[in-house]
Structure formats: C-alpha cells, structure tokens
Design a protein around this ligand. Sequence first.
Ligand code: 6R9
Length: 686
Amino acid sequence: MERVRVLAGHLTADCLDINEPSISRISTNAASSQGNTVDARYHARTGINSRGDYEKMYKRSIQDPAGFWQEQAQAFTWQRKWEQKHMDFNFDRWKGEIGIEFFKGGTTNMSYNCLDRNVKEGRGSQICFLWEGNDVGTDRRMTYQQVLDETCRVANWLKQEGVRKGDCVAIYMPLVCELPIAMLACARIGALHSVVFGGFSAEALASRIEGCRSKVLVTATGGARGKKPIELKKIADAAMDISKKNGFQVKSVLLYEHPAMPKSKVSSQQGRDVWYHEVIPKQSSSCAVEWLDAEAPLFLLYTSGSTGKPKGVVHTTGGYMVMAAVSTKYVFDLQPGDVYWCTADCGWITGHTYLTYGPLLNGATSVVYEGVPTHPDPSRIWQIVEKYKVRQLYTAPTLIRTLESHGDEFVTRHNRSSLKILGTVGEPINPRAWEWFYKVGGEGRCPIVDTWWQTETGGILITPLPGAWALKPGSATLPFFGVHPVLVDDKGREIDGSGEGILCMKTAWPSTIRTIYGDHKRMEETYFSTFNGYYFTGDGSRRDDQGFYWITGRVDDVINVSGHRVGTAEVESALQSHEQVIEAAVVGYDHNIKGQGIYAYVGLHEGVERSAQLKKELKALVRREIGAFAAPDVLHWAPGLPKTRSGKIMRRVLRKIATKEESQLGDTSTLADPSVVDKLLETRGQ
Ligand code: 6R9
C-alpha cells in the first residue's frame, strides 16, 4: 500500500478549539490521485443507471428532503402516519440544543417491517438467513416465517423477564442466527439492544453492561472462529463479576449452547442463567409488536472516539429504518430474494445495518458466516459464494488484502459467476487491493461500491451506485440521496469545487446519530462543536473535479485497525493501568494488511527492566482490557515522550519516529525537552 502522508500544518488547535493532537494530519493516497477510471457495466433494477438518473433524484432529495424521505418511507408499514411537517434538525449550537427528527408523529416497528411484512407479502417460506458455520459442512437455513416465530419467542421471554419498552438488553454472542434474532426481538418490544462484539474482553463488556444498565444479557457458551473455540460464557461471567463489584447486577442471562462449546464445559448460575434451548421453545410464537414513535430509540452501539471511554451511539426507529432500507436497496441494487452476503459481525454497525436490518427490510436472503474468512484456507469466502450463489458480496479492505496475499488460485478454483456487485467498507481501500478485488474476485465484471459511512451515520453516506457511473479505485465517489457533504478548511469555511479538507455534513439524513446514551452534551461536543453548524465526521477527504470524494482517513486520534475503530486514549489507559508503566502514547502507522497498526510508546518507572516478557505482559493487558484486536503491534520503550511546554504529547513526532521518517519531524522547537527525540530514536527497535 503506497500512501503519502501530508502533514496538515494549517490545521492548528486554536481554530479548532480542540487539543493539538486531535486533528493533526490529512493523508492522501498518492497512487489513486491519478484517477484511474474503471467502467464496470451493470444494469440496476432500481432504475438508476446513469449519472443523469442519479443527479435528478439527488437534486430532489436535497431540495425537498422531507418530501423525498416520506416518499421512501411509504414502502413500509406505519401504524400511524407522520405529521405534515415531519422533519426537522438543528446543527447550530448557538441556536439551541442539537436535535434531529424524522417522521415526527409516525409510529412503526422495525421487527414488523423486517419480518411480518415479508411474511404478509408472501415471503414466509423464503430463506431469510443462510447460516454457515466455521467448519466446512456446518450450515443451517431459516425462512422468514421461522425467524419471525423465533423472534416472537425470544421477545416473549424478554417480556417475561420484565424487559419493557425503553429498557436496554446487552447481547454478547457469536455470529449465529440467534444474534440477529435477539436484536429483532428487542426491536419488537421496544427494548434497545446493545450488541457487544464477541471479541471484546470482560472489562469492555462490563463497562457496556453498566453503561446502559442491562438487566438482561443474551450470550452463548462459546463460539467458533478459526481453529480455537471462543469461551464467551467465561468472559461474560467475568464481566458480570466486575459489574457486581461496581454495584450493578445482571438479573437474567439467556444462554445459548453453541456446538463448539458444550454445556458441560461451562458453568451456569442458578437463578440467573437459563438455557436458551430449554426456555425459548416453550414460549409462544406470536408476540404483538409494540408500535413505537419514529423517534423512539432502537439501539445503542458503543464506538471508540478520540477521547475518553467508548460512546453509546443511539439510533432511532423510523429514520434509521428508512435509511437502512433505502441505502441497501440502491447501493447493492438489492431486490427480494437476492442472496446477499455482508461479512461483518453484528457487533459492529455494518452488521446491524447491512447484515440484519437493511437486507431484511428488502426481503433478501442474508448469508451469515460465523467463521474466519481464511478457515480452513483462504478459499473459504469464494467457496461460500459458490455454495450459496451470492449475488452481492460486501466486505472490508483488510480482508481483501489478506486474501490477495495468499494468491489468485484460492479464488479462481471456485465458480463466482453469481456475483454481480462487490462492496467494501471500513477504511480507505488502496487502489492495488481494489484492482485485485475487481479483476480476480469479481472477474472484471462487477462494480465495486466503496461505501463510506460511520457508526454515527447509521447508514452509507458516500458511495457509488452500481452501474451508474465509472468508478475510480480508491474513491467512494458521490453522496447518497439526501446526503449533503462539504469539505471545510481549518476555520470551518466551506471549500468549493475540487480541493482537500475535513469532511462534514451540512444537513441531517434520517439515520443521523441522535444522541450519545445518557450524555447528550458529549454528542454535541464531539460532533457539532468542531465546526459549528456542521456534523464533524473526523475524516479528511479530497474532492476531485468530477465531484468524487476520496476519503483520506481519520484526522483525529482514532486508529482504524482492520476496519475497527480503536481510540488511542483507550489503549493508553489500558497500558497505564500496569503498575510498572508511568506513561504511554499510542499512534497508528501504515500496515500492509490491517490498514493501520498500533504503535505504542511506553515509559517505565525508574529501575524497571525493559524485557521481552514485560512487552508480552503489556500486550496481554490491552487484550484483556479491550480485546485482541486492540493489542499493540509494536511496543517502543520510551525514556520520555515529546511534550509541549503545556504538557501535550506531540503525536506527529511519534508518528514520524514510528514510520522511520525522522528526517521530516517538522518544527520541534516548542517541545519542552527536544532531546527526548534523540533518546526515542536510540530505543527504537529495542
Ligand atoms: C461503517 C464503519 C468509521 C470510520 C470512518 C472512516 C472509516 C469507513 C470507509 C472509511 C474510507 C471507506 N471508513 N468506511 N474510510 N473509505 N469506504 O466502518 O463504521 O466502525 O464507525 O468506522 O471508518 O475513517 O470515520 P465505524
């Protein structure tokens, strides 16, 4: 991956009103700026087949967003229709509280629209989930009717346990059908789900359970990913113990027995834990839906930011539903009955919007794969594509790079003629990986939709529409309907035409983040105070003369590891919790496969030996505190950290040392002790 980082010297702290390190770089993709064009032919069933078709609809969506979105919303079942003036938003802190409202006055239900509506429309016997287990040969299929029945049973059990509208249910599950079903069951009764990715540690799970005071936890004995089974229940138990010490007690646990981790191998606590297979089949398979206000919260999902603890991003019922449905339909040209596969886990936003809600709202068949894509070998993905005749395949650049590194033969041995559209998400895709995915994965026939969006945006905001315009590898191209991106400079002034700046949104879209759970002020500060009047994405971007957006990556202290957001502050705080550590600073660096890797500088107390064993311990500590994906790739013993006189760490210097670009350190005259740099260079590689 060839990337050139350009220091954004003009982006200073003063004008941004945030700390110096927070916005420090804009990187640009040198190879892609050439703008290689690829014209993948595809005829979309949505009727959007040219840039002209798109422009017409896009213009309307911007000129009359309320009218546009209500037209889109009509495809769904609403128990009560929205009011005439149903849409409103305020992105201006001077005018008052930040707020977003769509379909005001309307009532609907997500679970109804995903399940009952499909069954009523005759898709009861159509496959809803095609589940594929980690081991070849383990699979399972569930029809829409079966998913509806099971959702009702779980919903009834939740009600029986006292879960009510507005309560929060934590879900810590492997990627089995019961995971999206648990989400749908919550949605059915108006409870918020908070899905915690199965790769998170006990500490991380505990803080999420406490964060939303989940009285109920849905979990499993374990899961299977790759060669070794995952001991989920053990981690869940540890998490509940931690929460108990913190004064919060989970009342009931719904425990699913995963075949990879038999019942006999886990402990369960009487009075608190119940077995899924014992209690759920006894429940009734019908459960009336709770009709909810369009603005009632649907779920919260924790995500990492540049400071502090992860934030519980809240999405609401009506707007999120419409955005999920409409974006899935247009971006993937998804029609009822299509076999569609999103490789994400439900623990991330992509698994919410594009594995669960989006495909079901469109009556599609969603492939759910529990295992790792290279298990038992790197042909697995393509074998699954062949097995289920997948039409749309939506995945992440980090996976594409991994597969590419194993060579073409693993791909070409499988029949991929069913594939029509490929998609990527999570991080900027480098043109080389794009071209490999296009030529080898998609046989040079399938457009690639490089979709840019975030946990906070709920749905895709910048993306190609398949077949509508020629693509440029590395560019997410144009805004989706109803989305109004702008690039701003350091002073928050909009940049016209082509140029480079910070990506912001000028107006609200239906699935705009509504709040941070329990902390509205934090949401206002995080997203609406950097540039007043705009939603601040935290990403830099370039716009070329065709109006195409080229996302250049985060401009804040968030590291994107294999498409997963890791906050530097979280990793630092984990490292600092070790008694032999005095200070720690973490930066991202370019990594061939992961996109970005984690580089940690660690300062030790006087007299502590810098040993390989301690490095191991520290990595394990991060794994335990956050999760394996956040463990530093490189640990650098730091005799000191480069700090300004006011005590702020100059991360730009740390980034340069990490990438061996010390000849380009820039101005270090404001460092309190400039000799720190030399000392760091001496300890590099130790
Ligand atoms: C959906 C998701 C969001 C961050 C985002 C950006 C990066 C996502 C991208 C992309 C370039 C794309 N990102 N898609 N960068 N091109 N197509 O990933 O949500 O986990 O919240 O991450 O991921 O930096 O700000 P989330």
